[in-house]
Design a protein around this ligand. Structure first.
Ligand code: FE2
Length: 291
């Protein structure tokens, strides 16, 4: 199933293990689910239930462990397992992070940043092409949540992502909440960031919650942590409206990974995103009618 077939209005929900049995038993009104393959690889019972979910819902697959930013090479054993799951579940999108989480044999349970320079660009382009070759399809790269900026970066994050798209043909997963919190943490204009992204490459949008903590480096300041442990905040919804105006009606996902609420709470968040897309499309139609 392609993104277009999923429907222009639909917003999916991240499927976490806490809701897996409920989804299989009750088949709630969710247009599609996004899964992390890492939650199912090595968990035979969950993997069996996933097959049932995939029979009834389109699936987007979002890997957090392939580590395309690793200087020592991607985790090929993990990639092989992900490819096998992709072949079985047949997701309509496959995505991962602009980050690294492994070095040689060490697995670091985090999504770590890298500087935006020619060396990183070459490394990432090579690894993304390798992932796309293994998958036999396009891979979407998600913009990270940032807490620091490298002084030796030679290009902005948006320029870097645009270059990756141009060099590899990869798509982009635009996490609107990541843009909001990164803009707060490292001080840039989030609307201009969205406007500078290559709109044709955007295949999916993410929305999630964060946690504000006191910034130890800035008395009285706050740092926003990408915890996915809360509802989407109002300024992120405003930024999402701007993203919909910039990119059109793109499949959107509500991410909530910690302190996970009942499924209806996630569905209500998804419906709010749908309402924003519906309003945008209605306005477009009115403009077309006038024009
Ligand atoms: Fe995300």
């Amino acid at each position: 199933m392609t993104s277009a077939q999923i429907g222009a209005y639909s917003t999916g929900v991240g499927l976490r293990l806490a809701h897996l049995a409920e989804v299989v038993a009750d088949r709630p009104p969710v247009p599609w689910f996004e899964i992390h393959p890492e939650n199912f690889l090595g968990n035979p019972h969950a993997s069996e239930l996933l097959d049932e979910v995939a029979e009834h819902y389109p699936i987007s697959m979002h890997t957090v462990g392939v580590s395309v930013g690793s200087a020592s090479g991607i985790d090929r054993a993990h990639l092989k397992r992900v490819v096998a799951l992709v072949d079985r579940v047949k997701p309509f999108l496959v995505s991962g992070h602009l980050a690294w989480s492994t070095h040689e044999d060490a697995y670091l349970n985090d999504l770590l940043p890298l500087p935006y320079d020619d060396e990183s660009l070459h490394l990432l382009s090579t690894h993304i092409s390798e992932v796309q070759d293994a998958l036999g399809r396009q891979f979407l790269i998600e913009n990270p949540s940032s807490y620091v900026a490298f002084t030796h970066s030679t290009m902005s994050e948006v320029e870097f992502l645009g270059e990756l798209v141009a060099r590899t043909g990869c798509g982009l997963l635009c996490d609107v909440s990541n843009i909001y919190l990164s803009a707060h943490n490292v001080a840039f204009d989030p609307q201009r960031y969205i406007e500078a992204l290559p709109a044709n490459a955007i295949g999916e949008l993410h929305l999630g919650g964060f946690t504000a903590e006191a910034d130890e480096a800035d008395a009285g300041g706050t740092v926003l942590i990408d915890t996915h442990a809360a509802a989407v905040c109002e300024p992120a919804w405003t930024l999402y409206t701007h993203a919909v105006r910039s990119f059109g009606s793109i499949p959107t996902l509500i991410e909530w990974d910690n302190e996970i609420p009942a499924l209806p709470v996630l569905i209500a968040e998804a419906r709010r995103a749908d309402a924003i897309k519906t309003a945008f499309l209605a306005q477009e139609e009115r403009c077309d009618a006038v024009g």
